[in-house]
Design a protein around this ligand. Sequence first.
Ligand code: BTN
Length: 248
Amino acid sequence: MMIGNRRILLSVVDSTNRYARDLLGELPEEGTLVTAESQTAGRGRMDRQWMSATAQNVLASLILYPEREAEEWGGLPLLSGLAVCRAVRSLATIDAHLKWPNDVLVDNRKLCGILVESGRLGSRPWVIVGIGINVNQVRFEGSYRATPTSMALEAGRPFDTDEVLAAMCGELDRLYADWREEGNPPIIAAWKQASRMLGQGVVVDENGVPREGRAVDVANDGSLVVEFPDGSTERIFAGDVTLQKGTK
Ligand code: BTN
């Protein structure tokens, strides 16, 4: 297995994504995983913070050197969310599902968030997939847009975070091998099956202006296709998309 073959275990770090990025200069092997028990400046998408109680959850950053064209990198966030969704389902009877681009939810409450960063070092493209899975945390204090959930809350029992990590690495390994061989099509087909988002009402916020529409498809580049009330459709690449109230 390539994913997680090398693992760097940290006790406290500002952000595993930041640590992984600084490691790139040492040319760590592809699949290297940086994990920590706690983060002092965990980062989320859209410049948000990621908060996590010490030693209760999975905090991990994965280093990849994708060789496919950059147009297909939009499949990597989807692939990562799908891997976590499958891992969670393999360990417990938890009705986890996916929200574009890469959240894993249970009943619309967040179980896992993923932050994908990418760039080039010289001519070598890199992608860092930062994954936070709420495993054993049962109290979420602070301000959240919606209270998150955890595996323990959903299953009514604690889990071994290393087992969750191992299950996730196994799923990531399989899906990443598929992606390297065949690109986005098989990933997107599987993602659509594990998501309940298509057909649902969504609010798209691309630059502070929320617009209501309906999620209708995921295109081959990984973008979300949204249909608006005037019948027009648009591909959303990086916006913030929330499900409209009353839909799942
Ligand atoms: C989001 O839902 O906004 C993404 C959250 C990503 C959190 C993980 S935790 C491990 C890694 N290190 C970080 O600083 N962020 C990611």
